[in-house]
Ligand binder design. Structure first.
Ligand SMILES: [Zn+2]
Ligand SMILES: [Zn+2]
Length: 385
């Protein structure tokens, strides 16, 4: 009986000690948990708030890349403008000195009038809108004390931002109704020059399409002529010739009576070669620009139809997704209806404006001051044109 009670006594003591030890450990953990949580909270508060999310974190990581792009764009601004002017001038030069004489010599009077009228109208529209887009300031919010209603605050300019305004890192200022910073203009596209930018893109696309379509036949002829010339050069250098189809006049061919017959052909002069190369250069350049700029112009046309800028498209998409999760539908407050958006954009107030303000160069001011905006329901039927 005695050994049994001793064992029981030992077991009880052991259990009591274990229990006491566990209690002290949990007390320790409880005491430690509070400062650990506090330190963790301080650490999190350094980089987290209710407005932070993965996009902000990604922006922070990519900040050096953005900085590089901004510096390069700012420094190379004039280089891009020079490129636009040089490339457009080269095509105009080819048009005047290579194609116009050909049009005057070979085309019927009707086609001649069409090419001269359309070509010059298109050229004037491109030059006018490019000049205006580069030289017109996009519009800036006032930097002094004012009563303009604002929606947010620019931390970089330290000024209140009116609706639709955004900060441009390249121009280092806030821009009214900012669309984007265009390196090809070396200027921001905003409230006061958005129309010039779009009209320039549209007219340049039309001009490139015009050159590409009307120069298509000439391009094929020029390509074939240069290809023939290459064969001739190769034949002169003693390269064996396998076919005679394209080499009329150079390769001797056996007559019926076994005599060698040679057909003469006018020589391929330096002037001919330059003409063909110019035509090929023009066609490749204008076709490429027509496709790429055409896609950009189409995208901007979609945005204008929706009454949005490039920046707003991004913001509105996010807002629409956020509201969709709550079962609500987002409505852009700056959209006045598809046709009205175009009328507001081009400043069309009566029917004749479609001709004088859209199809002809016009320097009229845009609708509104870019600081305050009418909201959709008020302006649904604003222009009965
Ligand atoms: Zn700013
Ligand atoms: Zn800018």
């Amino acid at each position: 009986m005695r050994p049994c009670s001793t064992v029981m006594h030992l077991l009880l003591r052991c259990m009591r000690r274990c229990c006491r030890h566990r209690h002290s450990r949990s007390r320790m953990a409880r005491r430690l948990r509070q400062p650990v949580n506090y330190i963790r909270l301080i650490f999190k508060s350094l980089y987290f708030n209710s407005l932070t999310n993965s996009e902000v974190l990604l922006d922070c990581i990519l900040e050096p890349v953005f900085w590089m792009v901004e510096v390069v764009t700012r420094w190379f601004g004039m280089v891009f403008v020079f490129l636009v002017v040089a490339l457009t001038s080269s095509v105009v030069f080819i048009g005047y000195f290579c194609l116009l004489p050909l049009v005057l010599q070979t085309y019927s009077p009707g086609w001649m009038v069409w090419h001269i009228c359309y070509g010059h109208w298109n050229l004037i529209m491109i030059v006018f809108h490019y000049y205006k887009a580069t030289k017109t300031p996009p519009g800036y919010p006032p930097k002094t004390k004012n009563d303009v209603p604002f929606v947010s605050f620019c931390k970089k300019c330290v000024i209140p931002k009116p609706a639709r305004s955004h900060h441009c890192g390249i121009c280092k200022t806030c821009i009214l109704k900012m669309d984007h910073h265009c390196p090809w203009l070396n200027n921001c596209v905003g409230h006061y020059n958005h129309r010039y930018f779009f009209s320039f893109c549209l007219c340049l696309t039309l001009g490139c399409m015009y050159c590409s379509i009307s120069g298509h036949r000439l391009f094929i002829d020029a390509y074939n002529a240069i290809d023939q010339f290459r064969h001739l050069e190769a034949e002169k250098q003693g390269v064996p010739v396998t076919g005679i189809g394209l080499l009329i006049g150079i390769v001797p061919s056996e007559g019926i009576a076994g005599k060698v017959v040679q057909v003469s052909q006018p020589p391929y002069t330096y002037k001919d070669r330059m003409f063909h190369k110019s035509v090929m250069y023009m066609w490749v350049l204008t076709s490429t620009v027509a496709v790429t700029l055409g896609a950009l112009t189409l995208w901007h046309a979609v945005l204008i139809t929706c009454g949005e800028t490039s920046i707003e498209r991004h913001i509105n998409n996010k807002e629409a997704k956020r509201l969709a999760k709550r079962g609500k539908v987002y409505r852009n407050p700056f959209s006045y209806g598809k046709l009205n958006n175009w009328k507001v954009f081009f400043g069309v107030e009566k029917r004749s404006h479609w001709l004088t303000r859209v199809l002809l160069p016009s320097g009229h001011s845009p609708y509104g001051d870019g600081l305050t905006w009418d909201i959709y329901p008020l302006k649904k039927d604003m222009m009965q044109v």
